[in-house]
Design a protein around this ligand. Sequence first.
Ligand code: GDP
Ligand code: MG
Length: 766
Amino acid sequence: MNTDRKLSVALAGNPNCGKTTLFNSLTGATAYVGNWPGVTVEKRSGHYKRKTGGKIEIVDLPGIYSLSPYASEEIISRNYILEEHPDCIIDVVDATNLERNLYLTTQLLETDVPVVVALNMTDVLKKNGGSIDEKTLSNSLGVPVVSISALKQNNLDELMETAAKVAESKRKGRSVLEGGDISEIIGKARAIYEDCEIENPLFHAIKAIEGDELEGQKNKEAFDKVSAILAGGTDYEAKTADLRYQFITEKCANAYKEGPTAKEENEKGKPRLKLSDKIDRVLTNKWAGIPIFIAILFLIFHLVFSEDFLYLNAMGAFGSGITFPDFGDNPFTGFLIGEAGLASPGVLLTNLLSGVTDSITGLVSSGFESLNLPPELQWIPSLICDGILGGVFAVLGFLPQILLLFLFFSILEDSGYMARVAFILDRIFRKFGLSGRAFLPMIMGFGCSVPAMMNTRTLGTDNEKVATIRVIPFFSCGAKLPILTAVAGGIALAFGMPYVDLITLMMYLLGMVVAICAVLVMHITTRREKVPPFIMELPAYHLPQARALMIHLWDKTKHFVKKAFTIIFATTVVIWLLQHLAWNWTYLPDEASEGSILASLGQFIQPLFTPLGFGNQLAGGVGWVFAVAVVTGLMAKENAIGTLGTLAVSIGAIAAFDENASGEMFASMIAATGLTAGGAIAFIIFNMLTIPCFAAVATAKSELPKGSFKWTVLFWLVVSYVVAAAFYTMIDFPWTIAVWAAVLIAGVAALYFYGKKMTAKEAAGA
Ligand code: GDP
Ligand code: MG
């Protein structure tokens, strides 16, 4: 065997059959695995190390139900298989859904590429008591079949060795249609393609018979010749599909042996509802579905953010007779027990971490003190402690809560619940010109807008795509979490509202509500296209896998920590420098930073934010720090808090170095600047809804159809500004509620009549 040449193997299969899991298991990569269809939208490659030495290149393709593609990511898969000459295709088949999955297999067999069928999810099959006879299946299909579990990593080496062996062989395409009554036409069509010297002649010939559009564009000459020999009046596409299913039922289905549980029926002869169906009846209930979703979200936020866990303290305050015991001073005070009450798991972890970072800063600063540096070197401790450590730790301090939140989100997703939410939302989304499909990229937006925007490629229409990309940033991403938590924590401390979890959840929900309203407005004001039907099978519920969750979290941690020590580190240094330099390049100590370059730049843009409550009205000559934070937040959202962390220490808002994490830092900023509750909320809202970070903006630019990018940027600016202004004024000047309500009613009415007019026009035009 020639080991120099690197074999390449492509993973193809239906959505959600476990290709990416297999890819990760084989290559040790950490690509995104989600328990619903349509997660992978681009091909991705990695290497598998063979036990016998040598490497095999593995390519993970987007999921496809058939090789007659409708969406762009399906075209990626088809083109890869046909044009990039993989040495072998591993056709990943979900063994619990054999017949549907084999439909694609029957088409893959028509190419000349060697194929191995990997029967995946056999662990589930076994648990259900079923089994599939590999030999029978292999005989019917004419290619090797290997049972595996991508998740449990069973039998993967055997799969790869089989693939390697098969890859070295030559194979000619074979079709399950050849025995049927269109075999004559297939033979003729194949000869036509062979004459034209087209690769994979059988595959293309059959696609031509099926009248495949892509085929018509690609190989026009041969396609037209084939069209000429077809009998008129026959629907060949339906015919071939029929024959494929017929083959599957007759020749393959018998390989499957049902387990005893599936056969059980109740007395009336109806199949018994499985547990998962019962659960689905409740979770996807028309009325209960959304309240359940919000309740679950609330529980999660309470676990992650609450400083008054289980509301022990609040219950005392409301006179329930239960009083939060005063534990006095004991080792847990400050970690598990705070002023506001019992710490939730998330807060406890944060407290523990900030205990560590505080002692690091404390050690470093007392080290500098003992050095007794001369006055001209005093800038060194200031740069290191206030600037760098203040900024980086302010951001890193949120890591535990971010991870915990993502752990819960991953559990919701991997268990299959999020796909149910998409299903519930489809009913609502449809009215807005979106399909439930659009919910997947939106939910991915909670993690990071970049992959979420890339995922919009799966959406059917341009309108749907543009609308979804525009609102993805409203689904607050992980990087915005430090802003939300720090400000919410600050508000809680400064204004005596100990409900960090509620404030944070409200902000998340606000983002979603704004997104829905924005989509609705866009739908009414643009020409409507018909939304393609949303067909998604609900993936099976399964217990989330610790390994997959850990991969997810580890990835997040790496990303976050890397960002803290690169972008955020660099920004805090620059911010510190600008804050300690005057325009004539002289060094300014902390007390004199009002004359710094940063201060004058900040003061210059500060008036822009006056209508939002964090502009000129702020006292102390340091109110400009919020304006600066907004700008640095454009690079990376965590920067907003990193910047405040750097500035808080040096403008004297924080006396010691020990309060830079969590809400205390922001509470001290509120005290130093006179920021109001309304202004603080507006600060969150503006940062959350405005132009996202550079990376997301660049992705939006490349994913959006031509011409809509600049409108998108304007859209983000206007929406964030108006919503922030509305909340600032409504909270701080309650009489303005009447004004905003009037504006809202007028807006809704205008939209309503505009929509009616458009509908009438469309009806007249049609
Ligand atoms: P893809 O869409 O084909 O890339 O599928 P994914 O790799 O994203 O997996 C879809 C879901 O199936 C995830 O929730 C996986 O954890 C789960 N899964 C994948 N392979 C297996 C397996 O062998 N056994 C079990 N029980 N679950 C699996
Ligand atoms: Mg995938």
